[in-house]
Write a protein that binds this ligand. Structure first.
Ligand SMILES: Cc1ncc(C[n+]2csc(CCOP(=O)(O)OP(=O)(O)O)c2C)c(N)n1
Length: 643
């Protein structure tokens, strides 16, 4: 998007405002200037994050809006004495990336107008900060609670400087922060935390769903110097910040505030965590004095959608991540409330709305446990619920994004060694429609299958469409052992029977674990795929068959089990191309070649998967990785031609 003027005049931001923390009281002029800066900062955050809503790529407004006062105070303190600080606003809640983009702009690395491309594909303004991608961005963040540990090391390397960490009541739930706190205290590091305690995360209010959680007492218990402040009272906030900066060691301000204070329509609401709607942004900015004309650019911003028409699948699509929850409800519906509560425990990780658990929470609250941003603790609780279970008696169910599977590897090992029974749903697999970008890519599913070859059962399932998801859950729900089910953020169309407008996995289809499914038989060679790449592969296969290349297609919904019969079919064919949207480095393609060789098959072989950091945006991500149907067709043709 170009040709529009950024509505907020950032030239009005008083960059030379200088505040000396040795004086904890603001003069009237200092207070006026500070409030002026905070208002400009907040106007700008609202103005450009709302473009994410306008173009349908989501985003986050409330968090970066909230922390504007702390950021503006710190900018003025740094201006007062640069030598006293590492001038980076490390943020353990990377979704508040708008702060970093605005700071980058104030430092002159980005043009203000460019901010209006927030989260758009190829804008270099993705949903979380990525070091090396965006001019002026000084670190990567986005997985909650992963920053403090590193900040400790930065403080160790810069003992005489204050190192800033913007914290949040979501991030502080992660166990890493407890470890980091202990190191900071033991080494007396000059780590300075400013924790936005707004009592809002994604799925709700921590004060309601996480009774007993108390950030100030927790940090005090670790030995930090802790001061509380009222975030929307600048005198209270400033005094507390001075105290923490003057303290010679690790210290925190726990900043109490209502989320999105002053934004009519979302103040205190959980959806203030997400992107602000254009209507609410307009209302806020209009009240702040911006003209209708200055805000007219919103009307010009339109979302883009994938123009490709896929062969072999339905036009309508299903959201597999939601269908997971409905499928579990289908099982729970068959139990009495008492039985459901006793036999099934479904634990959330503050993502119920995104991973399908919300449907379970509303229909079967007796089985549902709302929990915090604590993937490892939640996974282990689900596993423990299934400790000693033969599968039929008790099931623990866990869910989060596929990206955070990487956090749970060791817990998975210990659950396996304890013969636990647990069903995990990892949504947001791969790269498709992930404007959140690289830190949120779900790439390493095979890490879950990390036991020894002789270890207990562990299955990875990746259904190709909504009907197959239902069939998978129906079949495996009461199995024992570790089961991992994957889905994408994006919706997927339904795979159709060959030449007929009828769903392949509808009707009386029954899922057979470990069985690979022949979607098209071929003589030239085979594509092996699964999940969201199956329909894209099918499209490529259909087009090539029309061109005369008789290529077949296999669906491998159980990723980690060898199906000898089907392996023989494609192993004896001239070539095999693996197509997947998880990491090419660790995905199916990195092991299927070995499997083929071990069984004495030597077809020509190629594997394509995700290979690089993301480009932001939605459908653009798949194409950017070289995984469009055209790319798949090219890969097939090149192998067929012996290249
Ligand atoms: C490790 C990890 N788990 C889950 C998420 C998904 N997630 C993003 S933001 C968020 C809640 C954030 O709450 P908070 O940090 O308090 O931010 P605020 O709502 O104040 O903006 C969650 C669960 C994530 N980014 N990282």
């Amino acid at each position: 998007m170009s040709g529009f003027k950024f509505p907020v005049d950032l030239g009005q931001f008083k960059k030379n405002l200088s505040l000396d923390p040795s004086n904890p009281t603001l003069s009237a002029d200092q207070k006026k200037d500070l409030l002026h800066n905070i208002n400009i900062f907040r106007d700008a955050i609202i103005a450009f994050t709302a473009t994410g809503a306008a173009r349908g790529v989501s985003g986050h407004t409330g968090g970066p809006y909230d922390t504007a006062p702390e950021v503006c105070v710190l900018l003025a303190m740094i201006a007062n004495n640069k030598n006293d600080f590492i001038d980076t606003f490390f943020d353990e809640a990377g979704h508040r990336v708008a702060t970093q983009y605005l700071l980058s702009t104030l430092e002159g690395h980005l043009e203000p107008e460019h901010l209006l491309n927030y989260r758009d594909a190829n804008s270099k303004l993705p949903g979380h900060p990525e070091l090396g991608l965006t001019p002026g961005v000084k670190f990567s963040s986005g997985r909650l609670g992963h920053m403090w540990g590193m900040v400790n090391g930065i403080a160790m390397a810069n003992r005489d400087k204050n190192v800033i960490l913007l914290g949040s009541d979501g991030s502080q739930q992660e166990g890493n922060d407890a470890e980091a706190a202990r190191i900071a205290v033991a080494r007396n590091l000059k780590v300075k935390l400013f924790v936005d305690n707004n009592d809002v995360t994604i799925a709700g209010h921590p004060s309601q769903y996480l009774k007993g959680y108390d950030i100030a007492n927790t940090l005090k218990g670790h030995g930090l110097h802790v001061v509380r402040a009222q975030g929307e009272n600048i005198d209270s906030l400033y005094g507390a910040m001075c105290e923490v900066i003057n303290y010679n060691g690790p210290a925190a301000v726990v900043v109490d505030r209502t989320m999105a204070a002053g934004i009519e329509g979302i103040e205190g609401e959980t959806h203030a965590h997400d992107v602000i709607t254009v209507d609410i942004a307009r209302k806020y900015l209009t009240k702040r004095g911006y003209s209708e004309q200055a805000l007219a650019f919103y009307d010009q911003i339109k979302g883009r959608s994938n123009p490709h028409e896929y062969l072999g699948c339905s036009k309508d699509k299903g959201a597999n991540r939601s269908i997971f929850g409905e499928a579990v409800n289908g099982i729970l519906d068959g139990l009495s409330k008492e039985e459901a509560a006793r036999r099934v425990m479904v634990i959330d990780s503050d993502l119920a709305g995104s991973t399908g658990l919300k449907a379970i929470a509303s229909k079967h609250p007796e089985s549902f446990v709302a929990s915090g941003v604590m993937e490892r603790g939640n996974f282990s609780a689900a596993a423990g619920f299934g400790f000693g279970s033969n599968g039929k008696d008790r099931q623990g169910v866990f869910s989060t994004f596929s990206a955070f599977l990487e956090m749970c590897i060791s817990e998975i090992t210990m659950a396996r060694l304890n013969h636990c029974t647990v069903l995990s749903h990892f949504s947001h697999s791969g790269v498709d429609e992930m404007a959140d970008n690289t830190c949120h890519f779900g790439l390493n599913h095979f890490f879950a299958d990390n036991g020894l070859i002789e270890a207990d059962d562990c299955s990875l399932y990746f259904p190709a469409d909504g009907e197959q998801m239902k069939a998978v859950i129906k079949k495996i729900f009461w199995d024992r052992g570790m089961r991992f089910v994957f889905s994408t953020r994006s919706k997927v169309p339904y795979i159709l029977k060959d030449g007929v407008d009828e769903k392949l996995y509808g009707g009386d289809y029954q899922f057979v674990p470990g069985k690979e499914e022949v979607i098209r038989t071929g003589t030239a060679g085979y594509v092996v795929s699964y999940g969201d790449m199956l329909y894209r592969s099918l499209d490529a296969v259909e087009r090539l068959r029309k061109e005369g290349l008789n290529v077949g297609l296999i669906n491998k919904p159980t990723l980690n089990v060898v199906d000898q019969e089907t392996l023989k079919r494609y192993g004896e064919s001239p070539f095999v191309v693996v197509v997947e949207s998880i990491s090419q480095k660790t995905g199916l393609g990195s092991r299927l070649g070995t499997t083929l060789l071990q069984h004495g098959y030597t077809p020509k072989f190629k594997a394509i998967g995700a290979v690089k950091d993301g480009c932001g945006g939605l459908f653009e991500q798949i194409n950017f990785q070289g995984l469009s149907p055209e790319n798949i067709a090219e890969a097939i043709k090149s192998v067929a031609a012996g290249k």
